[in-house]
Design a binder for this molecule. Structure first.
Ligand code: ADP
Ligand code: MG
Ligand code: ZN
Length: 613
């Protein structure tokens, strides 16, 4: 049982969509547009919203795959309010986060929608009032009931009430928001969500609507299987976010905060944004520095803070009192602030899915927003070391399989960050199996904006020399030492280890230091090399370069190694610095030749690490 064919796939998600004649001649269409305008005060639908609404109102199961900010909520909130469809009655919404539910319920009540909320935060009085209402019969029912999955699977009272409503034909539909939580393969798996696989068996005739922004195919298939909705109407939305500008920059330890502050002040003075950091302590430091040194209204947020403080910080940010939130990835899921104008990754994300979700919190109102990722090799290395040390989330120990998978995911982000020859959007969307044409980016990323010529240089010969060198070296050697031998350094501390004269020694000279950095980092990303952390007797941890799984594939010529090289502004003139590396290289592919000059361009390859420790 494969994933159903998508019935609609529009290329943009935020722009308004005109209904087809078939849609507008549906018996529900008049009521739907009335509710859209009079209740939700909206002008038009976005891609796939009307399709989803019509399908669920005619009693079909629906699967909505739509990026964050695409407008999934309306797909079930609007039909819940409509009168006169074949499946009118109570819409039951299962949602994973109480904060998320509170937001939605408050929003709905503000526009006059009759909605109830039942979760662990309800007092017994509340719960009593709700049960009375639900028992009261069809005339008494609210349009919607929001539940946590725990309530739905654990409350016997609720089960008997829903059973009774089912008998009366008063259940309009079940809605499973953030449906990826049901899949053990997803990253947000929730135990109580898994129990939702009983819904079809318990209430066979009630249509189900599942919604998620997770595009991973196996997760989607798993959701459809578990909810038993094999014949659902499958609505897949393009994941392109046309209003987001993607940018990857070199992270320079000493100047990054200055760069961030200058960017915010010049481009987003008084506009709201998020800065993502990796470590909790680091969020606090960065927020404080932005306040004290740069006079910005920044607050930190992470999972280690007391609940009340988290709430206060979130409220401050939501209201605009705090301009910037500096956070770990604990902040974000379910937060609906429409006017987030920038998302900055101070530390690279752990995987591309996370990158997409985190950047996706910007520009939910459809207006332009900036996403900047600061990359340095040291951060990738630190992340991989953490995974190797089994400290991914500190709760459950990682299996070897998990470690391999998580490391692969970090490497995909490394690849993304270092590939300066391919449109960022093409790269991001490829991760979601979506073909995207660079010409549709409209200079919406740093790569497409850049006028400099980027070439892909084949460095397989040099890679083979480097592998031979490492193979022949004895003892534990740091990456820095290996690079020094490879370039043929005559420095005393390099020479005294006696590695000169080995195969590969000095063979990297022609690449220059930057080229060697790129080569070695690419080899780590390919798993030709590995940096292995070894803790010595004194408790200090050092990392040493070792051969990885793929070394033989490169040695045998099966796999080629390429790096991306950009011709600097100097390459046009006679500067000795850059021309040496770029002028004589074999050009494999030229990806961009543009006329507009961009102010900033930097190399992305500098080994340094400032967020652990
Ligand atoms: P998702 O759940 O897919 O992440 P939401 O349902 O939270 O997205 O919607 C994101 C934002 O888009 C909300 O602020 C919502 O009000 C707005 N929105 C949704 N549908 C429309 C529409 N048809 N027209 C204008 N704005 C919309
Ligand atoms: Mg949502
Ligand atoms: Zn682009």
């Amino acid at each position: 049982n494969a994933i159903p064919e998508p019935v609609a796939s529009t290329s943009t998600c935020i722009s308004a969509i005109q209904p087809t004649t078939e849609q507008s001649s549906s018996p529900y269409y008049k009521e739907i547009t009335r509710v859209l305008k009079s209740v939700f005060k909206l002008e038009s639908f976005r891609g796939n919203q009307l399709e989803a609404i019509l399908a669920t109102m005619s009693g079909k199961d629906v699967f909505v795959l739509m990026p964050t900010g695409g407008g999934k909520s309306l797909c079930y909130q609007l039909p819940a309010v409509c009168k006169g469809s074949s499946s009118s009655g109570l819409t039951v919404v299962v949602s994973p986060l109480i904060a998320l539910m509170n937001d939605q319920v408050n929003g709905l009540r503000n526009i006059g929608v009759d909605v109830e909320l039942w979760n662990s935060e309800n007092s017994s009085d509340d719960a009593y009032a709700i049960t009375r209402r639900l028992k009261g019969g069809v005339g008494e029912l609210p349009c919607m009931l929001y539940l946590t999955p725990e309530k739905l699977s654990e409350s016997a009272v609720l089960k008997s009430i829903l059973g009774r409503l089912y008998e009366m034909g008063a259940l309009a539909r079940f809605v499973i928001d953030e449906a990826h939580c049901i899949s053990t393969w997803g990253r947000d798996f929730r135990d109580a969500y898994a129990k939702l696989d009983c819904l079809r068996a318990w209430y066979p005739n009630v249509p189900i609507m599942a919604l998620t922004a997770t595009a991973n195919e196996s997760v989607i298939k798993n959701i459809i299987d578990r909810l038993s909705i094999p014949n659902c109407v499958f609505l897949k939305q393009s994941f392109n976010r046309p209003n987001l500008h993607y940018d990857v920059r070199e992270k320079k330890k000493n100047t990054i905060l200055k760069e961030i502050a200058a960017f915010i002040k010049s481009r987003h003075a008084n506009e709201t944004g998020i800065i993502y950091c990796f470590a909790r302590a680091h969020c606090e430091q960065v927020a404080q520095a932005l306040r004290d040194e740069f006079g910005l209204r920044a607050e930190h947020y992470h999972a280690g803070m007391p609940q009340a403080e988290k709430k206060r910080t979130q409220d401050q940010w939501q209201s605009g009192e705090a301009q910037i939130i500096v956070s770990t990835i604990a902040f974000g899921m379910g937060i609906d602030k429409k006017d987030v104008r920038f998302v900055i990754h101070h530390t690279m994300p752990k995987n591309m899915d996370g990158y997409y979700q985190e950047t996706g919190r910007a520009g939910r109102d459809g207006r332009p927003a900036d996403c900047i990722l600061f990359y340095q090799y040291g951060d990738a290395k630190a992340l991989m070391e953490q995974i190797a040390k089994d400290k991914d989330d500190g709760t459950t120990p990682l299996t070897e399989e998990d470690k391999t998978r998580l490391t692969e995911e970090v490497k995909k982000v490394m690849e993304y960050c270092t590939n300066i020859s391919r449109c960022r959007r093409v790269q991001v969307l490829r991760y979601f199996n979506e073909a995207f044409h660079e010409s549709d980016c409209h200079k919406g990323c740093d790569v497409c904006m850049d006028d400099a010529e980027v070439t892909t240089r084949d460095v397989t010969t040099e890679a083979i020399e480097a592998i031979k060198l490492l193979k022949s070296m004895s003892g534990n050697n740091s990456m820095a030492h290996c690079k020094a031998v490879f370039v043929g350094s005559k420095k005393k501390e390099v020479m005294q280890r006696g590695h000169d004269g080995l195969p590969g020694h000095g063979k990297g000279h022609g690449l220059g230091q930057k080229g060697i950095d790129q080569l070695f980092e690419e080899l780590v990303a390919m798993d030709v090399f590995r940096e292995q952390a070894i803790t010595n007797s004194g408790g200090w941890s050092n990392s040493y370069l070792q051969l990885g799984q793929r070394a033989n594939e490169v040695l045998s010529g099966q796999k080629r190694v390429t790096i991306h090289v950009k011709a600097g502004p100097a390459s046009a003139g006679p500067s000795k610095k850059t021309t040496k590396k770029t002028a004589s290289k074999p050009v494999v592919r030229t990806t961009s030749k543009k006329t507009v000059v961009q102010e900033k361009k930097v190399s992305l390859f500098q080994a340094d690490n400032d967020y652990l420790g």
